[in-house]
Write a protein that binds this ligand. Structure first.
Ligand code: NAD
Length: 263
């Protein structure tokens, strides 16, 4: 079954672990994908691996309004419309208690993870409304439904996009545009490597290696492991496709049971 036949998907953070898995899966399911990220060489490589007849790309910083308008326009010009926005670009910030957390890092995390998603919706919605349908999928996190120490900026941002999603779902519903979040637990990507390394550096204890840190994070997940990007991409595919035609305003966990509680 080809579940996104004839659809156009804009994907931000498209060269990252989860974004590139989603772009690849969406294209396999028949979509044309418009990739957005910061690094041109990485975008070129991702587009090439998907196939240039199915993938285009735009270099853009999602925090910038004019660059957001440009990536939306580029997708429309190349593929004739937009059916799906996967607002997925994100950064982790740093690990630090609130009292020591650098203000400029807090601002940057909020700019990428919240303002970037808001801008994407702001400029994509008119295009989707014109088509009378659409699906917006936002990458939130288990950090969007619970707190964790030393990750205040990231936690705040991932909670914020759930509020944004709910407002956008109500605004989009009359014109058939659905909006949902996908909330992964730790997934095997650069972002978790970065967090593990920051944790090891902060503890400065020879016994606490990256492997030990990873095991301790994985032990908090009932399925006892990190997820992989393809497992997240499959939920994104469901929400992007017409199979989820009655789903809007929802928070969809992909978390190995993490949100069910701890064992
Ligand atoms: P990643 O670092 O591999 O990918 C993130 C991508 O976003 C990168 O390609 C990066 O260049 C891009 N990006 C960052 N700032 C940008 C900007 N200003 N403009 C455009 N692109 C920008 O990490 P990932 O794990 O694939 O993360 C994807 C999303 O999933 C993020 O929103 C992240 O918060 C979320 N998430 C990740 C995990 C995890 O464990 N990896 C868990 C829950 C949620």
């Amino acid at each position: 079954m080809v579940r996104l036949e004839g659809k156009v998907a804009v994907i931000t953070g498209a060269t990252g672990g989860i974004g590139s898995a989603a772009a690849t899966l969406f294209a396999e399911e028949g979509a044309r994908v418009a990739l957005v990220d910061l690094d041109e060489a990485a975008l070129q490589e991702t587009a090439r691996s998907i196939g240039e007849d199915k993938a285009s790309y735009t270099v853009a910083d999602v925090t910038r309004p004019e660059q957001t308008q440009a990536y939306i326009d580029a997708a429309v010009n190349r593929w004739g419309g937009i059916d799906i926005l996967l607002a997925n670009a994100g950064i982790e910030g740093t690990l630090s208690p609130i009292t020591d957390y650098p203000i400029e890092v807090f601002d940057r995390v909020m700019a990428v993870n919240v303002r970037g998603v808001w801008l994407g919706i702001k400029y994509a919605l008119p295009v989707m409304r014109a088509g009378g349908r659409g699906s917006i999928v936002i990458t939130s996190s288990t950090a969007g439904i619970g707190g964790s120490p030393e990750m205040s900026a990231y936690n705040t941002s991932k909670h914020a996009v759930i509020g944004l999603m709910r407002s956008a779902a109500l605004e989009g519903a009359p014109s058939g545009v659905r909006v949902n979040t996908v909330n992964p637990a730790p997934i095997e990507t650069r972002m978790m490597r970065s967090l593990e390394e920051m944790r090891v550096a902060a503890l400065d204890d020879a016994k606490v290696t990256v492997e030990v840190t990873k095991r301790s994070y994985a032990d908090r997940i009932p399925l006892q492991r990190y997820g992989n990007p393809e497992e997240v991409a499959r939920m994104m595919l469901f929400l992007a496709s017409d199979e989820s035609s009655f789903c809007t305003g929802g928070v969809y966990m992909v978390d190995g049971g993490r949100s069910a509680g701890s064992r």
